[in-house]
Design a protein around this ligand. Structure first.
Ligand SMILES: *Cc1c(COP(=O)(O)O)cnc(C)c1O
Length: 376
């Protein structure tokens, strides 16, 4: 069976992990963290972002909620069609979640829906660059400027993706990345926080270091360190940073192969649009990274039949998110409007396998199997 995803391995992971062991620099913020962070900074030029490695994207989002002082009574607008973490970080601080719908032509947050949900209590909007393709950041940016609302980019999926030549994650006040095994570049579990506003630099370091000013101490800025603020242990060990460094050094190979597969799917399956099937929307302004290739079927029944057919062809295709406003955790608290597009993607979206180790023969087989289902 061809799986949906197979994590990439560069071959140098062991070398860097061994270095951590040899030098006995094992905890966080050691030399390997510095090297991995420098690589990330390079990838996010020309922005002057400060980047901190974290233990996950979920943790980076929790840091965002703390940095913005999100508290009870604040409203945070998130897409309903996303992973739990996007919403959870703000729910944990007592915010009122306000779920926005997806666009009609793609699973991304719909600025029209967002516009109707803005109130004087709206503190932040958290767009998700679904499939590693940018949201409508221009429209969201205008709401943000006009209403004094912060944009936090959940860019878990979009490393190296661009919006008008600018790296995703560097356009909001804060941005987050994920290095979970399921993402393009990974270290098993990991993430990063991109801080695009200098006013958060110092506090972010404190929050990440268990609420202490340890980072200032090591730079010689204070002569002892202690408890300074809220926080948690959000920094990964140098062993993980070493694994991540090996991955980051191979990022060009990974993204190139993923985009080849993505473009091949996009070109050869273009005919499906005439059959009422939605495919990823691509444009010059929104360059992606081949993280996901999805098809949106016309009904749940059609998607079930498609999954059955693909399984018979030894190809694993998998649905994605379930509308958060209808989750068992949230449904009884939800009092907002119907979100028909989010519900439609819940029922009708499926993903084709995409990962660097997928061979050209396998890609051909997958395309042939999809065509077969649609009688082409
Ligand atoms: C993967 C993912 C996350 C969570 O990332 P972790 O690093 O596993 O915490 C959050 N948001 C989105 C959109 C994701 O795809």
């Amino acid at each position: 069976m061809i799986p949906l995803n197979k994590p990439f391995i560069s071959g140098n992971e062991n070398k860097y992990i061994a270095e951590a062991i040899r030098t006995r620099k094992l905890s966080g913020d050691g030399p390997l963290t510095k090297q991995a962070t420098d690589k990330l900074l390079e990838l996010h030029q020309p922005s002057t972002t400060k980047i901190l490695l974290t233990t996950s994207c979920t943790d980076a989002l929790e840091m965002c909620a703390l940095l913005l002082d999100i508290k009870e009574g604040d409203e945070v607008i998130v897409p309903s069609y996303t992973f739990v973490s996007t919403a959870l970080a703000f729910e944990m601080r007592g915010a009122k979640l306000v779920f926005a719908d997806s666009k009609k032509d793609s699973p991304h947050i719909d600025p029209e829906s967002v516009k109707q949900l803005i109130t004087p209590r709206t503190k932040a909007i958290v767009p998700v660059h679904y499939a590693g393709i940018a949201c409508d950041l221009m429209e969201l940016g205008i709401f943000s400027l006009n209403n004094n609302i912060e944009i936090i980019e959940d860019n878990a999926q979009g490393i190296t993706s661009k919006f008008h030549d600018l790296p995703l994650g560097t356009l909001g006040t804060l941005g987050t990345l994920s290095f979970h095994e399921s993402k393009n570049i990974n270290c098993g579990e990991g993430g990063a926080l991109l801080i695009n506003s200098p006013r958060f630099y110092n506090r972010a370091e404190v929050l990440r270091e268990k609420g202490t000013n340890r980072s200032s101490f090591f730079r010689g800025e204070v002569n002892k360190y202690g408890w300074a603020d809220l926080g948690s242990s959000y920094l990964p060990s140098d062993i993980l940073a070493g694994f991540l460094l090996a991955q980051l050094e191979s990022i060009d190979i990974v993204q190139k192969r993923r985009m080849q597969i993505f473009n091949q799917y996009r070109n050869e399956l273009d005919f499906l649009i005439d059959k009422g099937i939605q495919l990823p929307v691509i444009s010059k302004e929104k360059r992606g990274n081949g993280h996901i290739f999805y098809l949106v079927m016309e009904s749940l029944e059609q998607r079930n039949a498609f999954h059955k057919h693909m399984e018979k062809c030894d190809v694993k295709c998998v649905f994605h998110y379930l509308s958060l406003h209808k989750s068992s955790y949230y449904i009884n608290k939800y009092s907002g409007p119907e979100l028909p597009n989010s519900d439609r993607y819940t029922d009708c979206l499926t993903r084709l396998p995409i990962y660097p180790d997928l061979s050209p023969q396998e890609v051909k087989h997958i395309i042939k199997s999809v065509k077969e289902f649609f009688g082409a």
